[in-house]
Design a protein around this ligand. Structure first.
Ligand SMILES: Nc1ncnc2c1ncn2[C@@H]1O[C@H](COP(=O)(O)OP(=O)(O)OP(=O)(O)O)[C@@H](O)[C@H]1O
Length: 337
């Protein structure tokens, strides 16, 4: 991946929420780059900060309740310095967003055509005729078989999968360079899920967009992503190509996630369960390896006091040194879970 295609650079970004008058970090010192023509998956358990990262990039936080530091450089503009009017020029135009629940993202009272056209009315000078043509083109691009008919329908007349296709059509209407998809297939059944992921992949290829795909589902990541950032407790703990993450995972958290993933060809139903939980924001440790309490058999001396990201070659990065000698208890045979 050449650095020339990089267009989003997230630098040292932290977002803290105000809880009972005090600020607590939900994401801490995030550094990430997104390139054109790639799908970057952000993966981790519920509560690890994936959505907070997405909404921070999109400027969707109330400044009275959140403290955001760092820089989000999008094609030369630091998004974090924009006011609401400034952000509105980017959202829907150069940055498209796809949320988990297509029903709540659509207006129940408006026909599909009107909802897709709106974004073009706001961001382009298209005539009514041009917009109509583009609506049909978009519905076709997201795999809707009868665009004319669907354009005239209301959201409640469509299935969940169709609604998610419409949401994608809205997100890509102005050919954004960046698409942020937050759990885009979680509400859908497996077959439809695969179809929607195909649509996303096709769009990324056709539009040369960069896509940030947020998911807790490693199956989705394996199907779709070019690169992967694994998040734990508000930090990135490992980053690499999909191949590096799936074939040579390093961080104990990544390895635990992979071990807890159901395998199609695995006859053994006993899935690995990661001990404990992600700490709440108020209980988040600030020193040491945040994952250490969940791998208690690893000695303190194996962890760095202040874990940093290590580039272990070919841009494969891993936080903390504890990965070096890490083994699961059943691999060493010496510790019982
Ligand atoms: N507005 C808020 N006020 C206070 N705490 C928040 C707020 N939004 C998120 N959090 C907390 O921040 C942490 C990260 O949440 P976030 O929703 O970003 O995680 P996530 O990985 O996207 O999880 P999920 O997959 O369940 O959406 C959690 O502890 C959550 O409770």
């Amino acid at each position: 991946m050449g650095s020339s295609t990089q267009f989003l650079n997230i630098k040292d970004v932290s977002t803290a929420f105000k809880i009972n008058g005090k600020y607590y970090d939900a994401i801490s010192h995030i550094n990430l780059e997104v390139h054109h023509d790639e799908i970057l998956a952000i993966v981790g358990e519920s509560g690890c900060g994936k959505s907070t990262l997405a909404t921070t990039i999109m400027g969707l936080h109330d400044p009275a309740e959140t403290k955001i530091t760092g820089e989000v450089d999008f094609e030369g503009t630091n998004l974090l310095k924009l006011d609401e009017a400034g952000y509105n020029k980017f959202r829907g135009a150069k940055i498209g967003m796809i949320f988990q629940d297509p029903l709540s993202a659509l207006n129940p009272l408006k026909r599909i055509e009107e909802q897709i056209s709106e974004v073009m009315t706001y961001h382009t000078n298209f005539t009514a005729e041009q917009k109509h043509k583009r609506v049909l083109e978009l519905l076709d691009q997201v795999g809707i078989v009868n665009p004319e008919r669907t354009a005239r329908q209301f959201p409640h007349e469509l299935s969940g999968g169709m609604r998610q296709r419409v949401i994608i059509a809205i997100a890509i209407a102005c050919k954004p360079d960046l698409i942020i998809a937050d759990e885009p297939t979680t509400a859908l059944d497996v077959t439809i899920q695969a179809q929607i992921l195909d649509v996303l992949r096709d769009i990324q290829k056709e539009n040369h967009a960069g896509i940030i795909l947020i998911t807790h589902d490693l199956g989705v990541v394996a199907e779709t992503a070019d690169r992967v950032a694994v998040m734990y407790a508000g930090q990135i703990v490992e980053e690499g190509t999909a191949e590096q993450i799936f074939n040579t995972p390093k961080h104990p958290y990544t390895r635990s996630l992979l071990r807890s993933m159901p395998q199609r060809d695995n006859e053994n139903d006993d899935l690995y369960v990661i001990q404990g939980n992600i700490p709440s924001l108020q209980r988040m440790p600030h020193d040491g390896d945040r994952f250490a309490p969940r791998i208690p058999w690893v000695k303190d001396s194996e962890h760095e006091a202040e874990p940093t990201m290590h580039d272990i070659g070919d841009n494969h990065k891993v936080r903390c040194t504890c990965y070096k000698n890490f083994e699961f208890p059943d691999e060493t045979g010496s510790v019982k879970l």
